[in-house]
Design a protein around this ligand. Structure first.
Ligand code: ME8
Length: 518
C-alpha cells in the first residue's frame, strides 16, 4: 500500500467573507487530495477557520458583534463556499472547537515542560492585520512617515507582560531543516527563510494579556495564547492530538502544509520550533503558493475590485473556475485573473477542445453505430494516437502533479487533446461512413479509448465534468482511478457485453461574457 497522505490548507481568518485567494488555495489543496486518492493513497484533508486573535476581536467590535457571533457567521460562509467548490475535505476545523482548545493547551504544556516558556515583558511592534510581531529593523516607512510591516500593514507599539518561547534556542536545527531538500518549496521562499533564520532569532512572545479572545494559557494568570500558537496547532488537533490513536499514527507527520507566501515564516520557523520543543515529528513539506491578483492588482475594498468567488461560480460554474485557476497560474508564482481571461481559456481549452472532441465523437458513435461498441483492432495511426494519449495521461500528467506543477501537467494533457482533434480532422470519420464503414468504426472507437484516458486523468481538476464524460462512456465507478489507466482490456469488456452509448449531452458548454466586460 502507498503511504497515507495528510494535506492541510491554512485556516482562514473569518473576519469577512472568503475572497478569491481563499478559493484558490483550497481548490489547489483539493486537486492534490483528489490526485493522491486516484493514485491509491489514503488521504486525509483538513481545512477550516482561524477564529481567535486581535484581528477578529477588533472586527467584531467595529461591527458591534461578539467575536463568537462574527466567527459563527463568517465561518459558515467559508464552509458553504468550500462545499460549493466541491472541496473534498475530511474535517473543517474551527479553532473555537473544544478539542482544539485542549490540543493547544497540551502542546503549550509540552513546551513548558521542556523549559522553553518563560514570563517577561514584551516591548515592540505588532501588526494586527498580520497578527505578527516585527523587529524594528524589518519595518519600512510609509508615504505619511508611518511605520509599516514588511507586508505593508500598519504596526503599533505594544508593551505588556507575556510568555516567551525560546525560539533562539532552535536556530541551528531550523537551519538544518530549511536545508533539507524538499522541506520548503518553492526555492525562492526557502532562500528568504534561510536569510531570516541566519540573521539570528529573538525569542517569541506567545501570549497576550490585553484581550481575552483566545485559548486560555494553562494556569491562573489570565493570559490567552498568541493566535498563531493555537492556529498552527490545528494541524495536529484534527488528528487527535494529544490522545494519539489510529488516525494520528497513520497521518502524522503531515505530507504537505499548503499555504500562501505571506505566512511561510510561521510555518517553517515558528511551527517546526514548537514541534521540536514538544517532541513531535515535523511535517514533510511546506509549499508557499503565490498570490492571485485581479487584473494584475491586489484586491481591496477601497479599490472596489473585490471578487466574490461565489459569484464567479454562479456565473461560470465550479469546474470552469477550478480549471482556470490551476491551468492559468504556474503554481508557486503570483497570477492574475479576470472574467475575460477565464472565459477565453475555458472556451478554448475545455469547450472547443476537450468538450468538442467528446461531443462529436459520441454523437457520431450514437448516430452511425447506434451507439453500440464492438471489438476492433487498431491500425498503426490509431495505436500511435493511443500511445501518445497514454503517455500524457499516465506519465507526464501524474509526474507534474506529484511535483505540484499543475499548469505544466495540464499543458501535457491539453497537447494530447489537440493530438486527438488533429487525428479526427485527418481521419475524417464522417467521410468514411460511405466509403469504408469498418474503418470509421475503428477511428471512432480509438477516440473513445483516448477520451476515456483523458477524462480519467483530468478528474482532480474538473471532477464533475470528468465524471459526466465517464458516465456517458459507461465507465464503472471502480474503473476510474489511475491504476485503471494501465488496464488495456476495459474496452473489450464493454464491447463484449454490447455496451451502448446513449445520446450524448454537451458537458462543456461555451461560456458567454456580457458585452460590457468583453
Ligand atoms: O493567514 N491569493 O489567514 P488568511 C492567494 N489565519 N492566496 C491568498 C491571497 C491571495 N490574494 N490572500 C490570502 C491566515 N491568501 C491565517 C493562517 S494557518 C495556521 C493560519 C492565502 O485568511 C494566505 O496566504 O489571511 C493563506 O495561506 C490563506 O489564504 C488564508 O489567509
Amino acid at each position: 500500500m502507498p503511504d497515507p497522505y495528510y494535506i492541510t490548507t491554512a485556516i482562514h481568518y473569518p473576519n469577512g467573507k472568503p475572497h478569491i485567494g481563499h478559493a484558490y488555495e483550497t481548490i489547489a489543496a483539493d486537486v492534490i487530495a483528489r490526485f493522491q486518492r486516484l493514485r491509491g493513497r489514503e488521504v486525509r484533508f483538513q481545512t477550516g477557520t482561524d477564529e481567535h486573535g486581535l484581528k477578529m476581536a477588533q472586527k467584531a467590535r467595529d461591527l458591534g458583534q461578539t467575536p463568537r457571533d462574527l466567527a459563527n457567521e463568517m465561518s459558515g460562509h467559508f464552509r458553504t463556499l468550500f462545499d460549493v467548490l466541491n472541496i473534498s475535505y475530511d474535517r473543517f476545523i474551527r479553532t473555537t472547537d473544544a478539542d482544539h482548545h485542549r490540543a493547544s493547551q497540551a502542546i503549550w504544556q509540552a513546551m513548558e515542560a521542556k523549559g522553553d516558556l518563560y514570563l517577561d515583558r514584551y516591548e515592540g511592534w505588532y501588526s494586527i492585520r498580520d497578527e505578527a510581531y516585527y523587529d524594528e529593523k524589518e519595518l519600512t516607512t510609509g508615504e505619511g512617515g508611518e511605520k509599516l510591516s514588511p507586508q505593508g500593514t500598519p504596526v503599533e507599539w505594544t508593551e505588556e507582560e507575556t510568555w516567551f518561547f525560546r525560539l533562539s534556542k532552535y536556530q541551528e536545527p531550523l537551519l538544518e531543516l530549511l536545508n533539507t531538500p524538499g522541506f520548503l518549496e518553492p526555492e525562492s521562499r526557502r532562500n528568504e527563510m534561510l536569510a531570516f533564520v541566519s540573521c539570528g532569532l529573538n525569542d517569541l512572545s506567545v501570549s497576550r494579556t490585553s484581550f481575552d479572545w483566545g485559548v486560555k494559557v494553562p494556569g491562573p494568570d489570565g493570559h490567552v495564547m498568541y493566535v498563531w500558537v493555537d492556529a498552527l496547532t490545528n494541524y495536529i488537533t484534527g488528528l487527535g492530538y494529544p490522545d494519539g490513536g489510529e488516525m494520528w499514527d497513520k497521518f502524522w507527520p503531515a505530507s504537505l502544509h499548503l499555504i500562501g507566501k505571506d505566512i511561510v515564516r510561521f510555518h517553517t520557523v515558528y511551527w517546526p520550533a514548537f514541534l521540536m520543543s514538544a517532541d513531535i515529528a515535523l511535517p514533510q513539506k511546506v509549499f508557499g503558493h503565490g498570490f492571485l491578483l485581479n487584473r494584475g492588482m491586489k484586491e481591496s475594498k477601497s479599490l472596489g475590485n473585490v471578487t466574490d468567488p461565489m459569484e464567479l461560480v454562479d456565473r461560470f460554474g465550479v469546474d470552469s473556475l477550478r480549471y482556470f485557476l490551476m491551468a492559468e497560474v504556474p503554481f508557486g508564482k503570483d497570477g492574475s485573473y479576470s472574467a475575460e481571461a477565464l472565459v477565453n481559456k475555458v472556451n478554448a481549452e475545455l469547450a472547443n477542445s476537450f468538450g468538442n472532441l467528446a461531443q462529436r465523437t459520441l454523437s457520431m458513435v450514437f448516430k452511425n453505430m447506434e451507439g453500440v461498441l464492438e471489438q476492433f483492432a487498431p491500425a498503426t495511426d490509431d495505436a500511435a494516437l493511443l500511445s501518445r494519449v497514454k503517455q500524457a495521461c499516465s506519465e507526464a500528467f501524474p509526474r507534474e502533479f506529484e511535483a505540484l506543477n499543475f499548469s505544466v501537467g495540464i499543458e501535457a494533457w491539453l497537447r494530447a487533446v489537440y493530438a486527438c482533434n488533429q487525428y479526427v480532422d485527418e481521419q475524417a470519420p464522417w467521410g468514411l461512413k460511405k466509403t469504408d464503414p469498418e474503418r470509421m468504426k475503428v477511428v471512432l472507437q480509438t477516440l473513445i479509448m483516448a477520451i476515456r484516458d483523458l477524462a480519467i486523468a483530468i478528474q482532480p481538476v474538473v471532477p464533475d465534468k470528468a465524471a459526466a464524460v465517464l458516465d456517458q462512456l459507461g465507465i464503472p465507478a471502480d474503473g476510474r482511478d489511475y491504476a485503471a489507466l494501465a488496464d488495456n482490456d476495459w474496452f473489450a469488456r464493454l464491447a463484449g457485453v454490447g455496451h451502448t452509448i446513449a445520446a450524448p449531452k454537451p458537458v462543456f458548454p461555451r461560456l458567454d461574457l456580457p458585452a460590457d466586460e468583453a
